[in-house]
Design a protein. Structure first.
Length: 118
């Protein structure tokens, strides 16, 4: 049975980095491309928000519990890679301060329920 998980990280984005770039890197890692046909194998949503000189990244994903460790590893790898080149050719870079499992907020629970039925 599929369930919702959240992966949380804090990053330091380079000053000229696109704030959406870490989400793009995660989507590429999980889906192969941010522009793919059909539904995602592991539906997910990435939110990046500023946090006192850093950025907080939260990736909500829906998957079988048996896939959780693999998905977290892919997310960690994407973020640890420290860069993503967007569709416009702009390369954004960042460094990871910390990364690991998080707890779903009420809003994320609602979002994950909608993702699970897609």
């Amino acid at each position: 049975m599929k369930q919702a998980f959240v992966h949380s990280a804090e990053l330091v984005l380079d000053t000229d980095a696109d704030p959406a770039a870490p989400g793009g890197a995660v989507t590429i890692a999980l889906c192969g491309s941010w522009d793919h046909e059909g539904a995602c194998k592991w539906p997910h949503h990435t939110q990046v928000e500023p946090l006192e000189g850093r950025s907080r990244v939260r990736v909500v994903f829906v998957a079988e519990s048996s896939d959780e460790a693999d998905i977290r590893s892919q997310i960690d790898g994407a973020l640890a890679g420290g860069s993503c080149t967007g569709p416009d050719g702009r390369k954004s870079q960042w460094s990871v301060v910390n990364s690991g499992a998080g707890t779903l907020t009420e809003e994320e629970v609602g979002m994950s329920e909608r993702m699970a039925i897609v």
